[in-house]
Design a protein around this ligand. Structure first.
Ligand code: COA
Ligand code: NAP
Length: 256
């Protein structure tokens, strides 16, 4: 269903986002990625195969985002599927955060998502384009030492809902995909400081296991597909039920 469609993944050079990019590439899509670091972009493009395109941009910089998206559209055609997943995170109580520390995460996660969607809009293949914002359970589960991420991702989900309303008439669907605790990722590594607690963390998930990047990639494929043609403005957890309560338990017992 996505064969030869152009899928652009902002921040698609490692972890969950790269896993999502790989899922689309395996399904036959032309995949473009961009992020800040040339070595990561080069490695991702090599892993994504012959139809991949790579670019460099910091999502906090509107002009860089605008240029990277225009270059991807020039190289691969109008964008059918846009995934916005660039993010930053570290554990820090609010009183240990400088304004720049708080602002750097809000700047990447929230402002960055706005920049990506704003400048991609004119390059979307409309009607029929699908946008997937990568959010986090912190958007509605308050977590200690995560004030920046909680605020930023709550904003991302409101952008999802607002733009689903604004852009629906143009035939553009906008949804949030919310990964739970995904094994082997930078985000998980930064939160689970004591690695011996990994099994205990898995037990806080109703489905009794940590997630895999492929769990997210499969749901991204669904959200981009015709099977989801009447789905817009949703915030869809891919977390084994973790955000129903386990995430709060984990915060108190594991993430400290
Ligand atoms: N506790 C408190 N403050 C911290 C911090 C920590 N653990 N880590 C960084 N900061 C502060 C810095 O001190 C700086 O503030 P200052 O200028 O007042 O000193 C501010 O955050 C920005 O840090 P800097 O390293 O200059 O920013 P950057 O733009 O190079 O990197 C980050 C952004 C901090 C988000 C960095 O962790 C990053 O690039 N992350 C991407 C990967 C990632 O987080 N993956 C997981 C996704 S869920
Ligand atoms: P990751 O591997 O660190 O992925 C982050 C990606 O964003 C990288 O490709 C990084 O590449 C890019 N990036 C970071 N800052 C950027 C910037 N300023 N401009 C452009 N690109 C930037 O992290 P991950 O853990 O897989 O997380 C991926 C997404 O899933 C994030 O949106 C995160 O919030 C979400 N999530 C993760 C988990 C989890 O368990 N890991 C749980 C919930 C939600 P460069 O370094 O080259 O810029």
């Amino acid at each position: 269903m996505v064969e030869n469609k152009h899928v652009l993944v902002a921040g698609g050079t490692s972890g969950i986002n790269l896993g999502i990019a790989k899922g689309f590439a395996a399904a036959g899509a032309k995949v473009s990625v961009f992020s800040r670091k040339q070595d990561k972009v080069d490695a991702a493009v090599a892993a994504l195969g012959a139809k991949a395109h790579g670019g460099i941009a910091d999502v906090r910089e509107p002009e860089q985002v605008k240029a990277a998206i225009a270059a991807a559209a020039e190289a691969q055609g109008p964008i059918d599927v846009l995934v916005s997943g660039a993010a930053g995170n570290f554990l820090a109580p609010a009183v240990a955060m400088s304004p720049n520390a708080f602002g750097s995460v809000v700047g990447i996660d929230l402002n960055g998502t706005f920049h990506v969607l704003r400048f991609a809009f004119e390059h979307l293949n409309k009607p029929g384009a699908s946008i997937i914002n990568i959010s986090a359970p912190q958007a509605w589960v308050p977590m200690i030492a995560q004030a920046h991420v909680c605020a930023a991702k709550a904003g991302v989900d409101m952008l999802t809902k607002t733009l689903a309303m604004e852009w629906g008439p143009a035939g553009v669907r906008v949804n949030s995909l919310v990964p739970g605790p995904i094994e082997g990722t930078e985000g998980m590594d930064r939160l689970l400081v004591d690695k011996s607690k990994k099994q205990a963390l898995a037990k806080t998930v109703p489905l009794q296991r940590l997630g895999q990047v492929e769990d997210c990639a499969d749901v991204a494929l669904f959200l981009a597909s015709d099977a989801a043609r009447y789905v817009s403005g949703v915030v869809l957890p891919v977390d084994g039920g973790w955000s129903l309560g386990g995430a709060t338990i984990a915060m108190g017992q594991m993430f400290s």
